[in-house]
Write a protein that binds this ligand. Sequence first.
Ligand code: ATP
Ligand code: MG
Length: 310
Amino acid sequence: MWPPHFYRKKDCWISDRRQGGGVRRKMWRMFQENAGKNTFLAAGKERQDMSVVEYRQVRMAYGEKVIIDNFNLSIEKGEFVTIIGSSGCGKTTILKMVNGLVQPVGGEVLVEGRNTREVDLAMLRRNIGYAIQGSVLFPHMTVEKNIAYVPNLLNRKDKKRTAQAVVKWMGIVGLDDSLRSRYPSELSGGQQQRVGIARALAASPDILLMDEPFGAVDEITRGSLQDEIARIHRETGITILFVTHDIGEALKLGTKVLVMDQGSVQQFAPPREILHDPATDYVKKLVEKERRRCHLPEEKLGDCAYSGVI
Ligand SMILES: Nc1ncnc2c1ncn2[C@@H]1O[C@H](COP(=O)(O)OP(=O)(O)OP(=O)(O)O)[C@@H](O)[C@H]1O
Ligand SMILES: [Mg+2]
């Protein structure tokens, strides 16, 4: 539980790092003060066995209109869950429940074992990246400042560390260094999306929520962004919840695919199973096109490239 760079000397905890010790001491004090208070950070890291995100009998309604009812789902650490379903079926709502932007009217959502109703939402959100379709960048800030926004909050006195984080994440999402002093309005749609993803990732979140993040880019850019997010997932092991309208994308990226219709779960299974054994007519219709695209005999459909198997 103790951060490794702290050691005990007499009765106080001391950082063995020279740089930024003051900031770390301050954060450590906050950490200790919050340790008994049901905060997100204090509890999260010790639990290996439970789900990262768990929906328990969740119900959501706006006025009379029920959007989601008796929704149960458990997402394991490191899973890449793609979410697909008809428009208005509640995908964005499900995503927003993870970072507390929406609270269910019934049931509960647990993130790393903590009820989102009871945690400090600011603390919770620091650990959760959120990337959505379209430009959600700060228009008056350069690419560099946009990406540095959260790291800056965390390393207020360590500008060098923030600058290193910006270089690192621009490289990972494939943004050329020459773009760092441009404003969002001076970027293409695809470049803006990459900045949005870099900004979400630069906070080193344990969970990344992506709501149709590649919706507005051309096929080629989309393909390379898909490859990049798959690589980032492999390399960092973070848990991703990714909403898409493209079944090919859902099957290609997901370690598990959640198919929703009218606020209810049609199937939640690995891509191979979705292709092989569609659980309902809705899923069957959804995957039909993809099954044909694979040009494989029925018994070999599980080997379809979109299943992620090959
Ligand atoms: N703040 C709100 N007030 C009233 N109704 C809302 C609100 N937010 C969402 N809804 C409704 O809840 C339903 C689910 O919305 P949600 O945005 O989760 O759908 P979605 O599956 O993400 O749809 P899409 O694929 O079109 O993005 C929709 O019928 C929507 O109109
Ligand atoms: Mg939506």
